[in-house]
Design a protein. Sequence first.
Length: 483
Amino acid sequence: MKVLFAVSELAPWVKTGGLGDVAAALPPALEAAGAEVRVLVPRYPAFTAAFPEARYLAHFAGLGGQFPAANLFEAQAPSGQTLWLIDCPPLFHRFGNPYHGPEGHDWLDNPLRFGLLSRIAARLASRASPLDWRPDILHCHDWQTGLAPYYLKSREGEGAASVMTIHNLAFQGVFSRAVMEEIALGDEDWHIDGVEYYGHLSFLKAGLRHADLITTVSPTYAREIQTDAEGMGMAGLLRLRADRLVGILNGIDTAVWNPALDAHLAVRYDRDHLEAKAENKRALQREMGLVERDDAPLFGIVSRLTYQKGLDLVAAIADALVELPAQLAVLGSGEKPLEAAFRAAAARHPGQIAVKIGYDEPLAHRIEAGADIFLMPSRFEPCGLNQMYSLAYGTPPLVRATGGLADTVVNYSEAGLMEGSANGFVCEDATPEAILGTLRWAASLWQDKPRWRQLQRNAMSRDFSWAGPARQYLELYRRLRPQ
């Protein structure tokens, strides 16, 4: 089974969230399960620097519209994964975030940039590909590659079957009709079964309508997005295609997120040596300027600071959290009012609340290991990875019952603790009062060391590797292209 994996970011070189992690970890897992995968991604400056010996493969010109010419290069990732890099300096030679400039505004030519990624993906998946390697499956991810299934069917004709994965339905690639001509689309494409979406053009809508199969990143999210409340305007289309929609829970890279192997930690540990977590907590307290205390739980947050993540609910109860008593360590960036709210909380409670605005991968690992409880009260969460990292690190998560959080975190109960299923705390309501009540409950249970140790062991016993999801994806591929 040959699979062309088309994505707009790839960890560790270019990453804004879970998509980059999935793009790095799922293809090797697919290959371990027997597939042959090529990962297609724009050649951002980070890739040029990382792979100076990349080998030229092909030239693309005359793709229509205002698409500039581009070259395709091949490189080998340290994992052994084969990368195909689209080299087009006018569109992709930009540093930092792949979607917006340093001021935080989206690049105005994003339709052209990701239209080119989609256009080349479709060409490589078709019989018109200039390469001998032809995929059975074109696997596209999020709006940035959403036009690829449409181009494949409307412009290229016969070729690979297509799969469209929704990582977050909130991002839909919506643009003005005025960009149609520059991305090689015309009046014949402007209709409800084409690319038109409420009077605009939507990359994601085109992919969801024309892919042969749609997947999303957890079973619960697959059900939620078919409801008007959670469907972000796409619920009707997703209900129409419900027989082609499957939820597969993401995995995590257990070589990277493993406390027994993690070089970022003060002390490594495993399920049978959880006493070492105490030293990681002390090291984290020292690093973030918190008072070293072992008589209160330390709550950790590693996240985008956004309304979606429910972190305004935490900011609203920061003073009450300290009074539990408890401490809070926050790493992230996002909406400026939320950044300011957490900074203000840290200023009011020095030594008890610590905040670092920005992203720091090693520190993220140390928070997962050093915190006692991980906070993730998202209003909606397609899958979530940090709750799975937390479970792997014996740091029971406190989450809301939504999306992938509901699929991975089992609420504490005495029966669940004893049978090994309970692994964290689940809050139903997205209110400060509900979150605070669940925090109090978790902090109280933390004082009961034997029960807490069993909860940690339960958390660390579940397998969140990519092996299982990879097998599920291969089964879906075989439905489309029997081997």
